[in-house]
Ligand binder design. Structure first.
Ligand code: SF4
Length: 446
């Protein structure tokens, strides 16, 4: 029986993939069989003005004020190289993620959008969304280019409004500018705002969370995306500060308490839980996000350094090495894929069920080739009281919501689980210098 006693401080993968790792050679997009006519496009901008102390996102490098033009030119070349593989697909949504895509200037943004529209078949009502920080959104002409290009959603990484905690996390963008951005957006009616928020922080008290909830209520963003801090993603300096100052670390019960406090407050404020940890006013959720969670056929193509695609039962990623990315595209004119995983949609749909929450129908399990394996794990999760068996479906219990990330890990294929545990053990090495200080949160994997 599965019994989760501790939450993994070493980090649970955000959206894990069921499947088998298969390397990089002989991969042919043109031989894949996609599910849907409509797909999303993800554009990765891996640059920031500074590195936050807690971030594990893929970096191409750190820039001071602007995104290097060579990166934009290479992205545009990649668009023309790969678009021929998707000539009969309709792009109905584009998401700019990062990094800090709001560092794009308006000419760079327009250049990428124009190239996508010239090379791909885009739907008339295409929806565009972009991530970034309030500082860069308000200090550039980009916002007008977003308005002109019918951008529907911008997402900012706030993490917390508490200045002390923000400084521990290494956030240097200003809270004042978040209010200014909200003011500006009130004039651009079609652009919704999303706020990213972190809980499970060291020293996080009830009053900090309650103050944050009140500020969020005042700002009234369209959606809020919350995540627990993963201590293994933090850099050495942050861990050392926590250790030296003997900051209070949240234990499992505290993490669950904070999660439920946020969840119940957002629900009371009228937000709908679209995915576990993602709250939205109205369910006009960006299509890329739905596909990322295996809805709407689940297919999207990623462009840019390290960008991941999911298409025709395969998950594949571009190279994570910036030099290789430039040379594969500019010198060799080839698609920059560095690895791929055979990961059928039917299997991923089950692995990601705890994040989607609510209900998993037996009919969706029965179509999987791995149905026996999945039933074994799901019945174990039922015995652990993470799920309730409703005779034709499994439903999440309150206990299940508290452990949804660990449940996803349990629903991974044996080989992916092994890979995750290895990765966790490698990451855990960063804690070696801290005399078991971080073990109070612990991990069942290590
Ligand atoms: S949290 Fe955002 S702004 Fe900070 S380093 Fe990561 S991607 Fe960049």
């Amino acid at each position: 029986m599965i019994s989760y006693k501790k939450f993994s401080i070493y980090g649970v993968s955000g959206l894990p993939r069921f499947g088998e790792f298969q390397g990089a050679n002989n991969f042919k997009i043109e031989e894949l069989t996609p599910y849907q006519e409509n797909i999303s496009l993800y554009v990765h901008i891996p640059f920031c003005q500074q590195g936050c102390n807690f971030c594990q996102l893929r970096f191409g490098g750190i820039v001071v004020n602007s995104i290097p033009q060579i990166y934009i030119d290479t992205l545009i070349s990649e668009i023309s190289i790969i678009s021929k593989f998707y000539y009969n697909k309709i792009i109905d949504s584009i998401h700019f993620g990062g990094g800090t895509p709001s560092l794009l200037n308006e000419i760079q943004f327009k250049g990428i959008i124009t190239s996508i529209k010239n090379n791909f078949n885009c739907s008339d009502d295409i929806s565009v969304s972009i991530e970034g920080d309030a500082d860069s959104f308000i200090n550039s002409k980009l916002i007008y280019a977003l308005q002109d290009n019918k951008v529907k959603n911008i997402s900012i990484g706030v993490q917390t409004f508490d200045e002390e905690l923000r400084s521990i996390l290494g956030r240097r963008d200003s809270i004042e500018n978040i209010y200014l951005l909200k003011d500006i957006l009130s004039k651009f009616k079609q652009i919704d705002l999303n706020i990213d928020y972190l809980y499970n922080l060291p020293q996080m008290s009830n009053s900090v969370i309650e103050k944050d909830i009140n500020i969020i209520n005042t700002l009234s963003p369209h959606s809020i995306d919350i995540h627990p801090l993963k201590y293994s993603s933090c850099n050495y300096n942050l861990l050392k500060t926590i250790f030296d100052k003997k900051y209070i670390l949240p234990d499992t019960q505290r993490r669950i308490f904070e999660f439920n406090l946020l969840r119940s407050n957002f629900t009371d404020m009228g937000y709908e839980e679209i995915f576990v940890g993602y709250y939205s006013k109205g369910n006009n959720v960006n299509k890329y996000l739905l596909r990322l969670h295996n809805l709407l056929g689940g297919e999207y193509i990623g462009i840019g350094l390290g960008a991941r695609s999911y298409y025709g039962d395969y998950s594949f990623s571009n190279t994570f090495n910036l030099k290789d990315y430039y040379s594969m595209i500019n010198a060799s004119n080839i698609k920059p894929i560095s690895r791929y995983v055979f990961a059928p949609l039917s299997d991923n749909f089950i692995t990601l069920f705890p994040k989607r929450g609510k209900e998993l129908h037996f009919s969706d399990i029965d179509i999987s080739k791995e149905r026996d394996y999945f039933y074994d794990v799901l019945f174990m999760l039922e015995r652990g009281e993470y799920l309730k068996n409703e005779s034709k479906s499994f439903k999440m219990t309150t206990n299940g919501y508290n452990w949804y990330q660990n449940m996803m890990e349990s629903l991974l294929s044996i080989s992916q689980k092994k890979l995750h545990i290895e990765n966790l053990r490698n990451r855990a090495k960063i804690f070696n210098d801290f005399n078991n200080f971080f073990d109070s949160i612990g991990s069942e994997y290590v």
